[in-house]
Design a protein around this ligand. Sequence first.
Ligand code: ADP
Ligand code: MG
Length: 552
Amino acid sequence: MASIIQTLPTEVVYLITAGEVIDSLAAVVRELVENSLDAGATRIVVAIWPQQWRVRVADNGCGMNLEDLQQAAIAHSTSKIRSCADLWKINSLGFRGEALHSLTNLASLEIFSRPAQENLGWRVVYGEGGAAVEVTATAIAPGTVVTVSNLFGNCLSRRQGLPPTSQQMKAVQATIHQIALCHPHVTWQVWQNDREYFTIYPCRTIAQLLPQIIPKIRSSDLQELKLDVANLAHSALNLVVGLPDRCHRHRPDWVRVAMNGRMVKCPEIEQTILSTFHKTLPRDRYPICFLHLVISPEHINWNRNPAKTEIYLNEVNFWQEQVIQGIEQALRISAVNLKEAVQTTRVSKLLKAAEAKGNYNFQPQNSPEDDQQTSLKAIAQLSNTYIVVEHPGGMWLVEQHIAHERVLYEQLCDRWQIIPVEPAIILYQLSPAQVSQLQRIGLDIEPFGEQLWAVRSIPAMLQHREDCAQAILELSWGGDLQTAQVAVACRTAIRNGTPMNLNQMQTLLNQWQNTRNPRTCPHGRPIYLSLEESALARFFRRNWVIGKSHGI
Ligand code: ADP
Ligand code: MG
């Protein structure tokens, strides 16, 4: 194999953001596994001995021949770019040609490597400046094993600045989790002090991988969506969202953005994700959302900082718009989104128990054509509270009050309208804070005499309500415009306990189905309970009965 690693020309070196990226065990792991991924590895074994400050990464990637091995740790040596222009065509995780070189300054470095097409591998020990000081032929499997030992051994103050071992190992784990999510097809095995620490099995999709990483999440709690971006060649948006009626977090720790194989900080996009989920989750809860953008490399400047965790993204607004549309599409109720059998935990537990001894293979049938609107049919009302709904995939119970609340809330957000009232509504004994709150949400209000105030304009939706004065009092108690809109929606929505006829129920279902966030009400409560046909078929052993009793 021809030698491919070369030293970068000086003009490129000048363009690359300089800076030390190796500041911890986790950073060593990140640099080494990124090299493995760039080498096309599908199996990566990471071993860490934190007390010895030693890390070993073994991969089944393309390997290096002897010439490359001797060049690999020289300053600014890389096989990934050649020229300034290449900085705008970056398809690899690395490109600065600095990691191995820095490691020879900060630690002892030894590499075993063998390209698949050669019979023999080589072991190289590096010295000062990255020169190969020991070279021996060795019999190993194709791939590369990099060992970094005695990290910061010549700079003990850097060790002292680092947190205790347990925290460093947590950081290593978080680093590998993040990288694994961007490369779901890779098998990871991680060892600590010669004992298995964790393993990540490869998956076809991120939604299948995520439950290995976030405890207590199941892939049926997630909705995955892949969108090709129109008008932009080679660009796509991979989105995995936690369905807001199934899962959320107490911190925004799982709002993550990756770009072209790497987790990045992109505050603009993260903020967009958080605000798109606004008023779909309970108070102080945050969504699970992992977004992987695949963007043609000329739109990204990876050179914002040396660790490449921050980037400059061209046309952020465009991407924000795509993300909003993507999330809305993922949360919609449509046949596509219902492909995965949707069950509540209790129903699925029941099914699991019932199925324990059986072995059934039910494949839900989906017709590809009807992917936008699902026909929901109101069948009956239960306890004057729930609408029993039939749809092609099974049966739902929809809670009438909160479904209506979701409909009204979105109408209010889209057209919040304040209209005059005649005669004015008179309120008694308002505090100055209440008065200014009502003014802030746009109502006309003025003193009307001793302890009395006249409200001369109100939200349109309240105009025909007998309890209008009460509703306005409620609005005066604080919160922002959105809180006021939630309050008005809640007050105006049909109460539970109210009988509805089929027509009324059908109208509500149609409206509800077209909302942007049909899964939860603005307070974050789930709106419907589903019992899918696939689950019913499993529960009633439908396949089994047909097969056995007819002797087929
Ligand atoms: P960079 O990744 O920025 O190119 P590094 O110092 O990390 O710089 O690596 C230098 C070069 O060594 C890489 O460009 C690559 O050609 C080679 N290399 C490093 N690790 C591996 C590996 N695990 N498998 C194959 N080649 C590797
Ligand atoms: Mg590298």
